[in-house]
Design a binder for this molecule. Sequence first.
Ligand code: HEM
Length: 552
Amino acid sequence: MTGRRDRTGVRGAGPRRPPGPRGLPLLGSALDFRRNPLETFVRAWRDHGDLVRFRGPVPVVLVTHPDDLRHILADNFENYPHPDDFNRKVGVSVGQGLVTTEGEVWRAQRRTVAPTFRREPLERFAEVMTDSTRRMLDRWEQVAAAGEPMDVRTETQSLTLEILARCLFRADWSRDALTLGRAVATQLEHINAKLIAVADIPERIPTPRNRRFLAARRVLDDTVYRLIAERRTLPAGDEAQDLLSMLMHTPDPETGRLMTDEQLRDQVMTLFIAGHETVAATLSWICHLLSTRPAETERARAEVRAVLGDRPPTMEDLPQLRYLKLFIQEALRLYPPLWQVARMPLRDDVLSGYHIPAGSFLLLSTYITHRNPEFWDNPEGFDPERFTRERSAGRPRYAYVPYAGGPRNCVGMAFANMELTIVLASLLQRFHLDMVPGHPVVMQPDISLRARHGILMTPRPVRETAEPAVAVPGAVPSGHVPQDMTAGEAASGCPVAHGGGPGRDTRRPAEGAAAAPETERPAAQEGCPVARGARQARPLPARAPDGEQPRR
Ligand code: HEM
């Protein structure tokens, strides 16, 4: 691992641009990005190193090294706001909320919103999370009885939306559930389409998508403003114990000002957009891991049984679910829902020894950072224990950034971790999940990292199945490999095709199944671009201009 570089200027060779693919005349890498941005990133990172410049109508710089991430997100974060274009496109839905503002406006909002998301105020929401999860799992009993498959992506999306809405609006949620749910989904779809569109069509042009978006925004505005108005009429001391009330009654600690109705509306919309799809995507990948990683799953289940038995998890239980925490951390490493984060420097800077002019469009790929073999042994493997204190020693803090980092890290991190733990513990208590044979699981790198065709699974109640072969933590035989998984996949933990490639069976493992020969399913193995890169002997990228050995 190399040390930090001098960022005051480029040593030796003078200002130089980062290396990168030539691409097509005029278009550069634009078509590759359109086809599959994640694969394009991974290929370029393998070929050119940790800092890559893509040519094209909008030149992009890919940033992946932890030193550079720390510089951008923490040490020099004032120089790295979101690109204006990002704030404008997301802002059509969320207005001037925490995600889309910069400078003093952002700072004032952060001062007010952050205290609401500390652990203590959040404790009151544990019950909501447990209750909504219980209701989802009750529904799964019927699905299981009918032997039907379900799409866990849709399930987790409804669940996280319900939890967020109940936390925001408490009792008023059920009245507006369906309307709000559909409207939020339409907003997210619109933002996603805008962010990847070649030509951004302004909302005033009445295309079908714009009309759907504006109608959904009206529904949300009407509902949210009505709920705010209702809260304003409640007598002092009678406030509802929900996020909306907390935001409404928390003054800016520096100015003492309370939020206006419009600011509250923008904050609510921001939380809806930032806080439900991210957790839903993570939960759906976790469900997938529950069927493809039997050893780790049974170890997590054994811990839940030991700590909780059959009772629902409470806030006090969470610190004791230590292996579950590692399991979730590892899932977020392999499948960070925000797989890229955009920034644009205000002033010229130097990253990894290369000159970065002001106004460059930077994409920080957490996905690649999380799989860089310089910081992660067997980076494609699913190995929750890599996050134990001992094994984390020496790993740079910014090698693991699912929630970003620095002053602008995810404000909902504690909320998300609490929700992920409660949902996973409750699920493990009641169900096994089996993949539907033949259903392709393919990564779709949209605004979040989702499964393109959903993830079809069948729930199987725990009480109806024989005790798992292994109930003692850590005692899973290493040869226990799902029948349909290649030995390579089992070792790699990456049974997902990344944005393409053939589908694969992910049937429930037969007890004691032997490892299938790796050559049996080569195509599935090929589906993992980082795995490919990490395993092959690669030529080192060109030396960085400051004379240091390229990293990796
Ligand atoms: C697994 C779940 C989640 C992940 C991985 C995640 C990840 C992130 C990341 C990487 C950022 C930085 C984005 C950037 O700078 O461009 C961010 C920001 C943010 N997140 Fe999350 N998030 C999650 C859940 C949540 C939840 C549950 C909420 C709220 C209920 C939330 C609210 C926010 C907000 C408001 C910001 C903007 C913070 C600011 O700019 O000051 N997130 N999140």
